[in-house]
Design a protein around this ligand. Sequence first.
Ligand code: NAI
Ligand code: MG
Length: 357
Amino acid sequence: MREYSIAAIPADGIGPEVIAAGVTVLESLQKRLGDVRFNVETFDWGSAYYRKHGVMMPTDALARLKTFDAIYFGAVGAPDVPDHITLWGLRLPICQGFDQYANVRPTKILPGITSPLRNVGTGDLDWVIVRENSEGEYAGCGGRVHRGLPEEVGTEVAVFTRVGVQRIMRYAFRLAQSRPRKLLTVVTKSNAQRHGMVMWDEIADEVSKEFPDVTWDKMLVDAMTVRMTLKPQSLDTIVATNLHADILSDLAGALAGSLGVAPTANIDPERRFPSMFEPIHGSAFDITGKGIANPVASFWTAAQMLDHLGERDASARLMRAVEKVSGVGIKTPDVGGNATTKQVTDAVVDAIYSSNE
Ligand code: NAI
Ligand code: MG
């Protein structure tokens, strides 16, 4: 029996709804496979915890999480708590504390899901965006002076280190190399930002020499939005800075049909710490408690988690089940269906049990 300990942090809004759905699906995989066990422990950290304790998570949170094999995260954000508090109080300290420097965001158009792009269907858009997840524009470097006075100044300094850029480039080249097309696009903005971004380009060029079989090109981030929209077939693996990839991956999610299907993995490639798996979407106040949150992003990120844990068979089974269910049209309203979270979850569980592969 292979056993894995998973820390679930459902947190806010629809987070608890989609994580509960994901845990149900993990349990069904466990039963179907018989030789693997997922020991899930759930933590009540998030905005409700903040209202009670004045912090998003306890001070020993990272020490407790460190002992787990993986973290399964919902979403943070509440209407009555400022976003920079929720984000910097929970998600970012975990990503940064555990040096999860590679944020991996696969996007494809699932069967049965319609892209808002005309004439673009399943197979035409199959990307993995690799986001630098430890520094850059979200390094937290900056400050405010003369607060509240007319001469107030706020700075937000992007920090790029050679080590940081090198390791994300290597990760992206290696990932591109592992995919059939061996194709990487490096996103940059080195025309306008002539320090950090020029170094980013230089390091991409250096690292590319280690991967002679990977074809790569470079795109300015603004032009990249055009290429993603007009020529989605021309892209495969994409690497970008923390901010650029944050924005581009929302676009990618929308082009693939809905934010509700887009997953993300915060990976420590060196496996010194647990990696964290989550849907890209936020807490979605507008649909919280209605039972219609799309659980597919949460399932897909669970598949990424299984892959990371080395459970490739379980991961592939889960994705086959998800694609089967979306393919027959059992979908939540955000992707044009009328099913509930529970109906989609039940259908995925059925597909896992009934699959003979
Ligand atoms: P959001 O992702 O929560 O929602 C954007 C839109 O997409 C909404 O109309 C929502 O109903 C829809 N949507 C999102 N996920 C869905 C799903 N699974 N099924 C169906 N529809 C779905 O982004 P928004 O509204 O900008 O942010 C709400 C809160 O979430 C804010 O406090 C924000 O800071 C936080 N947030 C947290 C993130 C995280 O925890 N990683 C990521 C993005 C936002
Ligand atoms: Mg985002």
